[in-house]
Design a protein around this ligand. Structure first.
Ligand code: SF4
Length: 100
């Protein structure tokens, strides 16, 4: 038996041209989708970790359950962590007074 590690992030995206605003997605993924006053989905743009299995499954339910196929779960690459940053001492030139 292997262990499945979920790394990375995802976002739930909506195609506003296809969406008809009946709000079914907010019932299927209430933690990700809120509705505006006309019933159109408002989805947070911040990526969600794939390790958040509940949110990911909800997003997939919403994607499959959208009657207009207006939703898409997109995996996104997050920037690699910055490592081996070398700190340079401040330059003496930057401290020198510039001529007018
Ligand atoms: S379920 Fe699909 S068509 Fe309905 S509001 Fe959500 S995105 Fe729009």
């Amino acid at each position: 038996m292997g262990v499945i590690r979920r790394t990375g992030m995802f976002v739930l995206q909506v195609n506003p041209i296809l969406c008809d605003g009946f709000g079914h997605c907010a019932e299927l993924a209430p933690e990700l989708v809120h509705l505006d006053e006309w019933g159109y989905p408002i989805i947070a743009k911040d990526p969600v970790p794939l390790a958040d299995v509940g949110s990911y499954e909800s997003a997939r339910y919403a994607e499959r359950g959208c009657p207009r196929q207006a939703l898409h779960v997109a995996k996104v690459n997050t920037p690699a962590p910055v490592t081996n940053v070398t700190m340079r001492p401040p330059s003496s030139v930057s401290r020198a007074r510039r001529p007018l």
